[in-house]
Design a protein around this ligand. Structure first.
Ligand code: PHE
Ligand code: ZN
Length: 866
């Protein structure tokens, strides 16, 4: 059962023996037999003669020659995975011709077909499935790409950089030549060929360069790409305004494809997107879709500087581009929408995905130090925690030193393959600080658990707040050192007065104190404290930590009503709800209902915030917060509290839920906020059960946008309404021609917390529209089920585990990267009772015993079982 192969380790990094400066590729495209001719200018870096070892994947070599001389069989050895040239000269021209079969490529990595169109995905190690290559990010080359294909079927031919030539050929074929002047690693290579509709636009950079923008989509979909185009232009402007970064080519293309393993890919000048993150209009997209499109279009665009121009030395440095780009993306979204709600949403996501990961067998540092398959490390930790760490850095050194550090990084590291150390060195320099302790955030896994207790002395008017931290043990890391934790502390009174107090390290008194806890424990001494204080220790969620502040429900209610920080207000409500659901307080639910009623009173000012406040902690969060969670009991407790609150607020919620859709539709943050409030009202009313069916049906029938339709369907599902099925049938009939909408139809059912969840999911698995080969469809069923329906996934009879594990096994044969990701929800298996553990373990072991299991899935299974 053990994988004999040893892992790849950060400590074993060695610079490449050879470099490639230039590469010219010629693609003769045919679905079943594409010929790729690669001409590389290779230069030795190592001292002395050493073999040139090129990576391959499922490749068939046609010919290989050096400086025009075909190699004899003694001069090289070849397998589908490796081409070794035993003793090449110090500098030479290498010609390699390979043959590949894109139509048979179900891995969606390398060159493959989606909907009859050619496209590529090369990150992390997909380029080697196209040609034998030095497929590692520290080998940067200039690319020239000639694409030849049948003109009729493949009128659009795209690659990175600028189009320099195109024209006709014999036999109904045509060609295009693309040249990318910027040296890049192979993972940023891209090629697209097929029939597309395009929308075009242009952007004038601040130095006056005119950039032609194109978004290429399936024929007929062009109008649905307008929002993405708008988001692209806003991204380009924002990066100039906020980071001083300008775009660097005359052309920027985005292509949307239906079959894609991830969200999107930042290939230089030619981003390739999952169509779910490009296509949107009022009829077919929810507000969450619009938000995600804006965020991901921004994210991929921002990679042009953080990832492409400055890339990673090796894959251990993945967070160098991903964490930083997530941070930039979140800042962009905050500036485009509302900073307060953006922060809350980012924290929710971090907690739901990254905290869960950090607390289980898959925990790893933001910069992992070993891996079997790098594909398995595109994780919440690398991305989301990686983003938080940047935000934390900025808090610690201040906005000014941060800005100068970014500028220095862009200037100094431009055109290089860099490390986290290279990045941090820039900030150490601009801030004049020793940031060695900060590296713990990159090197240690586990979420620091912070505990805070205060002692107030009324006579002395002092307040002593003792804050300690502990980083839990994680796989391979039993012992931890304390990382520096930024705290943003504010004190208010029970009546909501903001206390101006002075820390012993401060020269004047403040309403808010920015401090860093860089030891295991420290006591912060405040003076001039006129009244008993209620401390908020991490306003704005100032660090990715868990907090035990020991506050009473009373105190939290005061925070909910009065703390100036929206995150703290939201968090206070969530904490009260969590304590009530977990049976940790005897305060009656009415107190929370009253407080939430007050949020409804001020919903006029910020409905998006009120909507977030009304959404009580998810079941998955309760599971994570319990020692030996019983999903059924927790579900019941959660519903009981929601029912009490819905009952108390019914008169206020019903009109919200029944409100007519606003017309015309606007995708603006304000309009989205009002819709979010309506959805939250529907969600809460669902706790009242089928008696509210009329409300949900009214919402369903009167809705004019997809977001409201889905919210109504979800409510019908969650309430156990008998009308759920009829609404689903009607929805299906209306939308069956639109795959992205049908994905939602699958997901709504898979996520519905109903008794019949398992039976539904089984039935959907054999629905004619279920496509094992399409990642969006697979995730709409399996990920929606395993992540959003924890009660069914963790069913005591093991049926949920069995379903997901067996589906993953079926998918593994064709798409290991997708299969492997489907297995992440198993990360929590050890938290449950022995019966559930037994079922989960049996499924995981069954997978491990499959001789054909992919390396991707095997690594996941073994780490999960370890
Ligand atoms: N680099 C992409 C992003 O985060 C994610 C990705 C990784 C896409 C691997 C495809 C394959 O922007
Ligand atoms: Zn990214």
């Amino acid at each position: 059962m053990r994988d004999a192969e040893s892992p790849i380790r950060l400590s074993e990094y060695r610079p490449p023996d050879y470099l490639i400066d230039e590469i010219a590729l010629v693609f003769s495209l045919e679905p079943q037999a594409t010929i790729v001719a690669a001409r590389s200018h290779v230069r030795r870096q190592a001292d002395g003669v050493t073999p040139l070892v090129l990576d391959g994947k499922r490749l068939e070599l046609q010919s290989v020659s050096i400086d025009g001389q075909p190699l004899t069989t003694e001069q090289y050895s070849v397998t589908p995975e490796l081409l070794t040239i035993h003793a090449p000269p110090a500098s030479f021209r290498l010609d390699v011709v390979t043959r590949i079969n894109p139509a048979a490529n179900t891995h969606l990595e390398g060159l493959y077909m989606s909907g009859g169109r050619f496209c590529t995905q090369c990150e992390a190690e997909g380029f080697r499935a196209i040609t034998y290559s030095l497929d590692r990010p520290d080998v940067l080359a200039r690319y020239a790409v000639r694409i030849e294909a049948a003109k009729e079927q493949y009128p659009t031919l795209l690659s990175n950089g600028n189009l320099v030539e195109h024209g006709g050929m014999e036999n109904g074929r045509h060609f295009a030549v693309w040249v990318d002047p910027h040296p890049k690693p192979s993972y940023l290579f891209a090629l697209v060929a097929g029939k597309f509709d395009a929308i075009t636009d242009s952007f004038k950079t601040r130095s006056g360069r005119e950039v032609l923008l194109g978004i290429h989509v399936d024929p007929g979909d062009a109008p649905r790409a307008l929002y993405a185009m708008d988001a692209l232009k806003r991204s380009m402007k924002w990066d100039e305004d906020v980071f001083g970064r300008e775009y660097d080519l005359d052309l920027f293309n985005i292509v949307a494809v239906r079959d894609f393993n991830f969200g999107a890919m930042e290939n230089k000048g030619l981003n390739i997107f999952n169509s779910s993150l490009i296509l949107a209009d009022a009829d077919t997209a929810t507000d969450a879709d619009f938000e995600a499109i804006e965020a991901v279009v921004g994210h991929e665009y921002f990679h042009n500087w953080t990832g492409n121009r400055i890339t990673c030395r090796d894959w251990f440095q993945l967070c160098l581009k991903e964490g930083l780009t997530v941070y930039r993306e979140q800042e962009f979204s905050a500036d485009q929408r509302s900073r307060a709600t953006q922060r809350i949403k980012d924290v929710k996501r971090l907690r739901a995905r990254q905290f869960a990961e950090d607390a289980g067998p898959l925990a790893h540092p933001v910069r992992p130090n070993q891996y079997q398959k790098i594909d398995n490390f595109y994780t919440a930790t690398v991305y989301e925690k990686g983003g938080e760490v940047i935000r934390l850095l900025k808090r610690m050194i201040g906005a000014d030193a941060f800005k100068r550090g970014m500028d220095l990084y862009f200037e100094r590291r431009d055109g290089t393959a860099s490390t986290v150390e290279d990045f941090i060195a820039c900030f150490a320099e601009t801030s004049g600080r020793d940031l060695s302790g900060f590296m713990r955030w990159y090197e240690q896994a586990g979420t620091p658990a912070v505990k805070a207790r205060g002692v107030y002395d009324a006579e002395a008017r002092t307040y002593h707040l003792t804050i300690s931290q502990r980083v839990p043990a994680t796989p391979g890391q039993p012992e931890k050192k304390p990382p520096p934790i930024a705290l943003q502390i504010g004190l208010i009174t029970q009546d909501g007065e903001r206390l101006t107090t002075q820390l012993e390290t401060e020269s004047v008194a403040h309403e808010e104190h920015h401090v860093v806890l860089d030891q295991t424990q420290h006591t912060f001494r405040f003076s001039g404290v006129a009244k008993p204080p209620i401390p908020a220790i991490a306003r704005g969620f100032s660090a990715p930590i868990t907090i035990d502040d020991g506050l009473s429900v009373e105190e939290r209610l005061a925070q909910m009503a009065h703390d100036p920080d929206p995150f703290t207000r939201w968090e206070a409500g969530q904490s009260i709800a969590r304590a009530m659901m977990l049976g940790q307080t005897s305060t009656p639910a009415a107190a929370l209902a009253t407080a939430l009623g007050r949020e409804l009173d001020r919903a006029q000012e910020d409905s998006a915030f009120a909507a977030l406040a009304l959404r009580l902690p998810e079941l998955s969060e309760l599971i994570l917060a319990s020692d030996k969670p019983d999903p059924d009991r927790l579900y019941a407790a959660r519903e009981a509290l929601r029912r009490e609150i819905a009952t108390a607020l019914r008169e206020r919620l019903e009109p919200l839920a029944r409100a007519k859709s606003e017309t015309p539709f606007s995708a603006s943050a304000d309009a989205a906020g009002r819709r979010a409030l309506k959805s939250a009202a529907l969600d809460l009313l669902a706790a009242l059960g089928a008696e509210q069916t009329d409300t949900f049906l009214a919402a369903y029938q009167n809705s004019t946008g997809m977001g409201e339709t889905i919210a109504a369907l979800e409510a019908l599902g969650a309430a156990g309404s008998g009308e759920f099925q009829a609404a689903l049938d009607e929805f299906y009939e209306r939308w069956k021609a639109n795959p992205l909408v049908i994905d939602k139809w699958f997901a709504v059912q898979a996520a519905a917390p109903r008794e019949d969840a398992m039976a539904r999911v089984e039935k959907l698995r054999s629905h004619p529209d279920f496509e094992l080969r399409n990642p969006n469809r697979v995730r709409a069923l399996a990920a929606a089920f395993a992540m959003r329906n924890p009660r069914a996934f963790h069913a005591a009879d093991g049926s949920g585990y069995r379903f997901v594990a067996r589906l993953a096994a079926d998918i593994d044969a064709m798409n290991p990267a997708l299969a492997s990701r489907l297995l992440t929800p198993f990360e929590s298996w050890r938290r449950f009772d022995s019966v559930r553990q037994g079922h989960a373990k049996a499924e995981l072991e069954r997978l491990a015993a499959l001789p054909t299991l992919s390396k991707n899935a095997r690594e996941m299974v073994e780490r999960t079982l370890a």
